[in-house]
Design a protein around this ligand. Structure first.
Ligand SMILES: [Zn+2]
Length: 350
């Protein structure tokens, strides 16, 4: 058994680094064609830092009491998102006025009360059964021991408002006849701070078949700059993009090189990364199901998990640019000819 294992490992490693495999990767890369660059630019430019700021000041305000899962403030936050999508006439995947995937309290431990994931949906025009998920978490840490509200402006207010703006832009495109060919699910997850429980619930009770879920683009903290980038703030960490789908990685790179030229920093993507960021936010539950993921992250900063993570410290121009990158990546996956392939099923690679 051990011999076979070693042999297959050697062959696999052998295969992955052979000139033949490298040629296959190059072929895959060359075959990615960015669809309708001018349309992507046009709709990406409807993502506005002013709107991101307005939403974020509201969402991270004291009114939501730090959005602790199952508590009043978190419920108000869910209501805020639902009424936003209703106002924008962006549908729920359930139809009607129900935008919630309810999670019963017995799914949680420690007397956590029932909670809800909030879902908004833009149906694809040609391949509606193929689903692109863009996710962020709506919960945070509540009120601390000193009675201070944990505002969670960056964590994960930044991801939350990015989803709201991207949904609005895709809706605008759809209204103008440029709707995505594949469907997009905007997934606001609860209970991330208590162990990624909202995404765990979603993947075990999926609203759309997981086998038709092509990717999860997960955002958790993209509104700030960490100490490592004080001199080079035009960056974002990408984690996981090449783990399950080389095609996803190349699409992400090509979209960025074509439209934004943000410094995509992969230092936390190393298999042996001591921070284990790949396992530390909601995308991980999708990756565990074999769904390709990209985790967008700006790194930790002095206000991480403190009451001082407030909206006045957010770099809104950077948040806008990073949101546009994620929007354009989703647009490409939703509109390209071929369905995004997982490496295992990728004809280019096998
Ligand atoms: Zn977070």
């Amino acid at each position: 058994m051990k011999l076979i294992l070693t042999f297959s490992l050697l062959t696999l490693v052998g295969t992955c680094s052979t000139p033949k495999y490298t040629a296959k990767l190059q072929n895959l890369k060359d075959n990615i064609k960015i669809t309708d660059t001018s349309l992507i630019k046009f709709y990406a430019n409807t993502i506005k830092k002013e709107e991101l700021k307005t939403h974020l000041y509201e969402f991270s305000s004291d009114k939501y009491e730090g959005r602790k899962v199952g508590e009043k403030g978190q419920k108000l936050a869910a209501e805020f998102l639902k009424s936003y999508y209703q106002n924008e006439q962006i549908a729920s995947p359930f139809g009607g006025s129900n935008y919630y995937q309810m999670i019963p309290s017995d799914f949680f431990s420690n007397n956590i009360k029932s909670s809800e994931n909030v879902l908004a949906y833009i149906e694809g025009t040609e391949k509606p059964d193929e689903i692109i998920i863009i996710s962020a978490h709506l919960d945070h840490l509540g009120i601390d021991a000193h009675g201070e509200v944990n505002h969670g402006a960056d964590d994960d207010g930044s991801g939350t408002v990015a989803l709201m703006e991207m949904a609005q832009s895709f809706k605008m495109a759809k209204n103008a006849g440029h709707g995505p060919k594949r469907s997009i699910l905007f997934l606001h997850l609860t209970a991330e701070e208590i162990g990624k429980r909202g995404s765990e619930f979603y993947v075990s009770h999926p609203i759309f078949p997981l086998e038709n879920t092509l990717v999860d683009l997960n955002i958790d903290m993209i509104g700030r700059i960490d100490d490592l980038h004080k001199e080079d703030k035009d960056y974002v960490y990408l984690i996981g993009s090449d783990r399950l789908s080389k095609e996803l990685h190349y699409i992400s790179e090509k979209v960025n090189n074509t439209l934004f030229n943000i410094h995509l920093d992969y230092r936390y993507n190393a298999e042996n990364d001591s921070n284990h960021y790949y396992e530390r936010s909601d995308h991980y539950n999708f990756a565990l199901k074999g769904i390709p993921v990209i985790f967008y992250f700006n790194g930790v900063h002095d206000d991480y998990h403190r009451a001082t993570d407030t909206p006045d410290k957010i770099d809104y121009a950077l948040l806008e640019k990073r949101t546009k990158l994620i929007f354009a990546t989703a647009w490409q996956i939703a509109n390209q000819e071929n369905r995004l392939a997982v490496d295992a099923n990728n004809d280019f690679l096998n």
